[in-house]
Design a protein around this ligand. Structure first.
Ligand SMILES: *Cc1c(COP(=O)(O)O)cnc(C)c1O
Length: 477
């Protein structure tokens, strides 16, 4: 039987968006004007944009067709009922509250269940989740398994929640814990999946202490695919069947539909509890909108309803996970230090291993990220000291827990040849890594500094063309 090695996209192109092609000199100018911050670079300067997989998906013909069906009635629009039907079927939850994106669901939910004196455990809280838990006055605690904390450890389900740690915590503080959160896949932990077995165990602990379990399900379909691939006994189930079981273990869930629903905007909160749903709806009306649209247009609800079904297609998920793993493997073969194993939506470079001569306080992730843009027009995102470190009173940097550069892959947007191009660009910068130096932050705002701060080099010229790399034996990682 013909068993092709080539990964083909399970779709073909009908509408074409030109890709910006720029010269290195043009990128050097853009990078200098942006003070080496890629958030300040205009998208028209970027050839392959891997900054995020959020809101960047390509919609299908069925989604665009559904957009024309959008019912824009203020109250009781038929688009809402179609959306609710799909979400209820998938999650088994009766109350479906649309929101404009994931963090709106978080703000509403934690305004109700959070607050001073409360503690909310999760495998790992995504940054907006943590921010919304903390904004309510509650404490966010990350309880991911030991293996999930180290970039180089291999484990099939690095997103798993540490069940004994959860049990211990609840034995001491059950009264102050209003819910347990499982993020699927674990975005902040490198897009690593959570096993069905782990979710069942978390459910059992929640039952023992009568505490509700919530899923932060932005990448539920990718998580379901990993379960099918990696969890014993799950290999013959459909991703839909697995996803339905995951949701049925939970009491509530919220989603950033900018991820696995192929939406450019949108999200929802789905709940079983009537009283909680009523409180959430009241807050929704205050800031998002009436409960049958919740900050979205009817046409958005239509597109999301279609996307939530499409994402569970086996040919799509197989291609999606294989394509990400392909980029990971080709970089691993070249000796590029990576977070292991490949995640679902992204490949993460380990910048401390990439630039061992640049200490974390000199922002190695930002340096790699700036160079990838300059040399190849590939835009990535630093997830390290710039994002999570702090400038101390004496002006020095306290480093973040890891220094990573994330190559997030938008859904259905780029082809395999774009991925080959990205691999070449990363390998080129890696071969010249000795010529990259450190950076310091020139000016920074009081919060969320990574979006707007400026950088300057420490004793090197980051815009200078790279000299031919000396042929040296490859470092072993
Ligand atoms: C993106 C994301 C969010 C926040 O959603 P937005 O749509 O960006 O507001 C929350 N949790 C996880 C796991 C996410 O990936």
């Amino acid at each position: 039987m013909f068993q092709p090695k080539t990964i083909i996209e399970p779709f073909r192109v009908k509408v074409v968006e030109p890709l910006p092609v720029r010269t290195r000199a043009q990128r050097a100018e853009a990078l200098a004007a942006a003070q080496l911050n890629l958030f300040s670079v205009r998208a028209c300067e970027v050839t392959v944009d891997l900054m995020t997989d959020s809101g960047t998906s390509a919609m299908s013909q069925e989604q665009w067709a559904a957009i024309f069906r959008g019912d824009e009635s203020y109250a009781g629009a038929s688009s809402f009922f179609r959306f609710r039907e799909v979400v209820s079927q998938l999650t088994g939850m009766h109350h479906v509250i649309p929101v404009h994106q994931g963090r709106a669901a978080e703000r509403i939910l934690f305004s109700v269940v959070g607050g001073e004196g409360k503690t909310i455990p999760a495998n790992t809280h995504f940054d907006t989740t943590r921010a919304n838990v903390e904004a309510s006055g509650a404490v966010a605690v990350d309880l991911v398994i030991e293996e999930g904390r180290s970039p180089s450890t291999e484990h099939p389900f690095k997103g798993n929640l540490d069940v004994p740690a959860l049990q211990k915590m609840l034995e001491q503080h059950a009264g102050s814990v209003p819910m347990v959160v499982v993020t699927i896949t674990n975005n902040s932990g490198g897009g690593q999946p959570v096993s069905l077995d782990n979710m069942r165990q978390v459910r059992a602990v929640c039952d023992r202490f009568q505490i509700p379990l919530f899923l932060d399900c932005a990448r539920f379909a990718e998580n379901a695919w990993f379960i099918r691939e990696r969890e014993p006994g799950q290999e013959s189930r459909s991703p839909k069947d697995i996803a339905e079981e995951m949701f049925r273990l939970a009491d509530g869930t919220w989603m950033s539909a900018k991820k696995d629903a192929f939406g450019n905007i949108g999200g929802f909160l789905a709940l079983k509890d009537d009283a909680l749903a009523e409180q959430c709806r009241n807050l929704l009306i205050l800031t998002e909108g009436f409960p049958t649209y919740g900050g979205l247009a009817g046409r958005d609800l239509e597109a999301l309803a279609v996307g939530l079904q499409e994402v569970l297609a086996e040919d799509y998920l197989e291609y999606r996970i294989r394509s990400t793993r392909y980029v990971w493997r080709r970089l691993d073969e070249a000796g590029v230090p990576l977070l292991r194993p490949a995640g679902g939506h992204a490949v993460y470079l380990d910048a401390r291993g990439f630039l061992p001569h640049v200490p974390p306080s000199e922002l190695p992730g930002q340096s790699v990220s700036a160079s990838l843009f300059l040399e190849g027009g590939v835009r990535t995102c630093e997830i390290g000291t710039v994002m999570f470190g702090r400038t101390q009173d004496d002006g020095s940097q306290s480093p973040g827990p890891m220094d990573l550069v994330r190559l997030a892959i938008p859904r259905r947007v780029y082809t395999q040849s774009h991925m080959d191009y990205v691999i070449e660009a990363v390998r080129y910068v890696f071969e010249h890594r000795n010529q990259l130096g450190g950076l310091r932050i020139k000016n920074e705002p009081p919060t969320l500094r990574h979006f707007t701060c400026g950088f300057e080099p420490i004793g090197w010229d980051p815009l200078a063309p790279l000299a031919a790399a000396a042929r040296k034996p490859r470092a072993a990682y």
